[in-house]
Design a protein around this ligand. Structure first.
Ligand code: NAD
Length: 247
């Protein structure tokens, strides 16, 4: 018996990175996992062995509604999110709107779709992806990103308090820098500004006091804990997992 046996878990942005690692880890612990993403090709690589995959765009209300009907989740892991680069002086309205749509409003949409079923079934665990770059810590050139991820903490606390006596828990995760495909793209992009990929890598690693960035599997272990009944007394919290960055 795994720690998540008998639970149905819906994961957004499960095609790569933390979402993928979490889908795999939850399946390993016995959950019936519904791994979703906009990237069907990436999903195909993890289908099978307790994981059903289908395309779900968190920006599309009909797509979310269909996905929630199919998964009927006890666990909802809202992982989808996008990193905008730049300070307040570079921020454009359309970038702000895109980031809030993908990083925050999508969570309102999936929770609105999934929560009624959780309430009917008597409980559920909602896990939202925030970041250490939020209200936890100011990270350089993360103005729009950090603002959206701070909003995720507020959203999480609000959902937690409104349904605390209905068996619903809602927590969020605040990772430091995590190795993932999009992180590699960000290192490459910074490398073009600072002269080399190696220098960009050095700068990313330098802000992590442990001298390394996290593996996606290390974040997935926290997702498993928050999905499981082991965390039954935990709700409304930002769970910081940042290698001591904000410590
Ligand atoms: P990633 O950025 O490499 O992958 C993101 C995935 O999201 C892709 O598979 C992509 O296809 C999918 N996606 C994009 N738009 C989507 C949409 N509309 N609907 C559904 N899926 C969509 O993965 P990552 O770096 O592990 O990041 C995952 C989450 O973790 C994000 O919310 C990110 O902000 C957060 N996070 C990442 C880090 C990090 O350093 N990597 C740190 C803290 C928080």
């Amino acid at each position: 018996m795994g720690r998540l046996s008998g639970k149905r878990a819906l994961v957004t942005a499960a095609g790569q990175g933390i979402g993928r690692a979490s889908a795999l880890a939850m399946a390993e612990e016995g959950a019936e996992v519904f791994a979703t993403d906009v990237d069907a090709k990436a999903l195909a690589e993890i289908a099978g062995q307790g994981i059903e995959t289908f395309v779900l765009d968190v920006r599309d209300e009909a797509s979310v509604a269909d996905g929630v009907i199919r998964a009927a989740p006890d666990v909802l892991f809202n992982c989808a999110g996008f990193v905008h680069h730049g300070s307040v002086l570079e921020a454009k309205d359309e970038e702000w709107e895109f980031a809030f749509e993908l990083n925050v409003r999508s969570m309102m949409r999936t929770i609105q779709a999934a929560l009624p079923g959780m309430l009917e079934r008597g409980g559920g665990s909602i896990i939202n992806m925030s970041s250490a770059a939020s209200s936890v810590i100011g990270a350089p050139n993360r103005f729009i990103y950090g603002t959206t991820k701070a909003a995720v903490i507020g959203l999480t606390k609000s959902v937690a308090v409104d349904f605390i006596d209905k068996g619903i828990r809602c927590n969020c995760i605040c990772p430091g820098t995590v190795e993932s495909p999009s992180w590699h793209d960000r290192v490459k992009a910074l490398g073009e500004q600072v002269g080399s990929y190696e220098e960009a890598l050095r700068q990313f690693v330098a802000r992590q006091p442990m001298g390394r960035v996290a593996k996606a599997e290390e974040i997935a272990a926290l997702v498993v804990y928050l999905a499981s009944d082991e965390s039954a007394f935990t709700t409304g919290q930002p769970h910081i997992i940042d290698g001591g960055w904000s410590g």
